[in-house]
Design a binder for this molecule. Structure first.
Ligand SMILES: [Zn+2]
Length: 157
């Protein structure tokens, strides 16, 4: 058997002030969205924000249900909303943050799949900013977040 390797390039920014104004503002928008989270069970509030190619920004937050696990993550709920309401637009950047934010907020596996689905559908890379209190991880494409992501062999859109 041949052993193969996957290398992932990502940016790490220890000081948010070193990011571009656009990226910093998107992280702030995601942080504001944390205040709309409904997370009485986990007490872990997550905010997500997307910036489209035309500059429009939309945000969302995680929503939990007493009928666990019927809630939804911030980024997945946001991407579903985008597909339902802005299907023609392309997402340039997705920012994800949490409150509290002891470290960078990274998406769960289900969200990684949906981000990869969205990127594949729009046919252009989605940059992802995973924000912490001051630090940020930056990746240039969802493909790096989920190697070997699931696809249907005959998918045509
Ligand atoms: Zn998730």
């Amino acid at each position: 058997m041949e052993i193969r390797h996957i290398d992932i390039d990502y940016g790490y920014c220890s000081d948010r002030n070193d990011l571009s104004d656009e990226d910093r503002l998107l992280l702030v928008a995601a942080e504001k969205a944390c205040t709309t989270a409904y997370a009485p069970y986990s007490n872990f509030r997550v905010g997500a924000a997307v910036r489209f190619d035309d500059g429009e920004i939309l945000t969302s937050s995680n929503q939990e249900s007493v009928a666990f696990p019927s809630g939804i993550c911030a980024e997945r709920g946001l991407l579903y909303f985008v597909q339902a309401n802005r299907p023609q637009k392309k997402i340039r950047t997705l920012a994800i943050v949490s409150s509290p934010s002891p470290t960078e907020c990274t998406p769960c596996g289900a969200c990684r799949q949906v981000i990869a689905d969205t990127e594949q559908r729009q046919k252009t890379p989605i940059r992802i900013l995973m924000g912490g209190a001051q630090s940020t991880i930056v990746i240039e494409s969802a493909q790096a977040l989920l190697p070997f992501h699931f696809t249907l062999p005959a998918t045509k859109e």
